[in-house]
Unconditional design. Sequence first.
Length: 202
Amino acid sequence: MKKLVIFVDFGEVYFCGSAKLMAKKYAKKFDMTQKQFFYLLIKSGLWRLLATGKITDDEYWNGIKKLLKTTDKKTAELKRCFYVMCKPIVGMPEIVKKLRKNYKVVVLSGNNKERIEYLEEKYKLSKIFHEQHYSYQYGYDKPDPRLFAAAVKKMKLKPKDCLMIDDMSDFIRDVRKMGAQGIIFKSPAQLERDLRKMGIQL
């Protein structure tokens, strides 16, 4: 049996969810609930277009500017926060460091090119993970399981030889249907417990 290849999500798994943090900070300023502000950033359709490479970063933020009916200055501030607020969840870098001693650890994330370039420069992702696979490279975004299938195919793997760690339960459900193993992430402590239960070496 081949050793598992471990796929790790970014938003709300390795990194904190910057969109939710932004919603807490800015929702009231735009006379919106946090849920409404989060929806506008991530669920309004603009993010899906950006994350699948169908529009540019500038087009995305111009769209957000129009939806919020705000200024160029405020839009630039929002964009900066979207990048800067994306910080590793306490405990996750240590878990990944332990895992990569015995397994290939790979990123699988719904993300856009510009933000990944920022994160690479700041955190040196290429030195932390063996490989990186992003939605904008494949044209599929989570929870679409075709993103996982495409990455697995590109790596010439079989789903049964993979473990996906993600916070989206529906995505994990569909990945499991393909034959892969999956862990629904809730916290670093919970992840460590679940990994050990599966016999994963840490």
